[in-house]
Design a protein around this ligand. Structure first.
Ligand code: P70
Length: 460
């Protein structure tokens, strides 16, 4: 990756969407009305929206042209065949089944292969994946290496699977109880951390010895491949496109939310090498999603995705993308603001525990920081801490707090410039100056499940 000041964005801007920043007084009022929960804000009241990198990408002129050329035929759409060609060329999988989102692809994969009391192994299953595994009354097992849980340990591949634990699981439970291993690239839940090629290859080799297939959650596959090129010995001179094909060559297929590295605003897919898996997926796809050649998407969406998959492996695009995340991370580190290091592929994760050490977990330090970031700069991130992950024991009423109190600043692809990143840094510097006056929040409403989307707070 070249230093950030040696190049500019590898695109120019053809369409713009105006942004307005509410005044500080308005923001104070709006966040109070929203119960200090950023999900309850209207998007137009947000100045820089870093809630998610999912479905928020800016499409290229070539993708927009594809929208006009989308073939809306129910069966055998030309756009489906374009997508199939892209998946074959870019990912190397023979068969593709479109779905309306990533979680729908997970639903189909789990319905095909997971039985009650199975164990589904992975580095760290994403929340929706975990949900679908639990719905099959199976157990999600996270085997990420120990370094993956440590915010300040500098390890180049914090998404790697602990191979010793993998082998132990396979040895204890065997292929009767383990339907497959799922490698999530990059590993979202610990900061968008990459998985190395050596680790992927070793997982494949070990799983094969036990006759267990390997799948990918490919939401951010191109970002993972770029990190391999940057950080793994032997890959510096290999084109990212080749690295992507090698990664997927160790898998039997994948699920994918195309709202991330598909560079589109909606959609997902399943892809396989084997005809057997493909037939099974189509069978369930038809029931839940739609016919095999559209799967809950419009033809134009398939067309845009077929083009996005080709654009996302462009190395100038990836250098600029990952370079922007890195740029924000460096600015924050220079200001002494604690973040997960090294930064991952799709965002910067603030460590609220170290930033606001005087606020105990019961007073929601990460939620406090997220709300203050809105007040200070009109910036919206997402809390990944006590609000999202604390568990209350049904019997004792005791609360188990999560290990990490994070605020994720996810960066949409091709949307904001470094000057927007500078505003994020400026807002955090402003909070740092007055942080001792913050006292945390008290929860005044919570829903029985997935409370963080609708919970409400008051300032302490
Ligand atoms: C995100 C979104 C979605 C996702 C993922 C991986 C590795 C599958 C999916 C599901 C979700 C989100 C979180 C907070 C706020 C808004 C949105 N990740 N696998 O931002 O895909 O959404 O298409 O069903 O990251 O990380 P889909």
């Amino acid at each position: 990756m070249r230093p950030r000041d040696e190049y500019a964005e590898p695109y120019r801007i053809k369409v713009v969407e105006p942004l307005r920043q509410r005044t500080r007084e308005e923001r104070e009022e709006l966040i109070t009305q929203a119960g200090y929960n950023l999900f309850s804000l209207r998007a137009e009241d947000v100045y820089i929206d870093l809630l998610t990198d999912s479905g928020t990408s800016a499409m290229s002129d070539n993708q927009w042209a594809g929208i006009m050329l989308g073939d809306e035929s129910y069966a055998g759409s030309k756009s489906f065949y374009h997508l199939e060609e892209s998946v074959r060329e870019i990912m190397g999988f023979r068969h593709v089944v479109p779905t309306h989102q990533g979680r729908a692809a997970e639903h189909i994969l789990m319905t095909m292969l997971v039985k009650p009391s199975d164990r589904v192994l992975g580095n760290m299953h994403f929340d929706t994946t975990e949900g679908h595994i639990l719905l099959k009354r199976a157990t999600p097992v996270n085997l990420v290496i120990e370094e993956g849980y440590e915010p300040s340990i500098l390890h180049p591949f914090k998404g790697n699977i602990d191979l010793f634990r993998l082998e132990e699981e396979l040895d204890t439970y065997g292929p009767e109880k383990i339907p497959f291993v799922l490698i999530t690239v990059t590993c979202n839940n610990n900061g968008g951390q990459p998985v190395s090629m050596a680790n992927i290859r070793a997982v494949r080799e070990i799983a094969s010895r036990y006759g267990v297939p390997v799948f990918f959650d490919a939401a951010r596959f191109a970002e993972n491949a770029f990190f391999i090129k940057e950080r793994e010995p032997g890959y510096a001179d290999k084109p990212v496109a080749e690295i992507v094909r090698e990664m997927f060559s160790y898998g039997d297929g994948c699920t994918m939310s195309s709202k991330k590295d598909g560079l589109v605003n909606i959609g997902g897919l399943l892809a396989f090498n084997s005809e057997g898996y493909y037939r099974q997926a189509v069978q369930w796809g038809i029931v839940y999603e739609g016919f095999a050649t559209y799967g809950g998407q419009a033809g134009r969406d398939l067309e845009a995705l077929s083009r996005g998959l080709r654009e996302v492996v462009d190395e100038y695009y990836l250098e600029n993308r990952i370079g922007q995340v890195d740029y924000l991370a460096r600015r924050l580190l220079d200001l002494g603001i604690p973040i997960i290091e090294p930064p991952g592929g799709h965002g910067v994760y603030l460590d609220a525990r170290r930033f606001l050490p005087h606020i105990p977990q019961e007073h929601f330090p990460a939620q406090t920081l997220a709300a203050e970031l809105y007040i200070e700069g009109g910036i919206r991130g997402v809390e990944l801490g006590t609000n999202a992950f604390a568990h209350r024991d049904e019997k004792t009423g005791e609360i188990a707090y999560p290990r990490l109190e994070l605020v994720r600043l996810a960066i949409p692809r091709r949307v904001y410039t470094d000057r927007h990143m500078d505003q994020v840094a400026r807002a955090l510097a402003g909070i740092a100056r007055r942080k001792d006056s913050l006292h945390g929040l008290r929860m005044v409403y919570e829903a029985p499940v997935l409370r963080h989307f609708t919970s409400r707070f008051e300032r302490l």
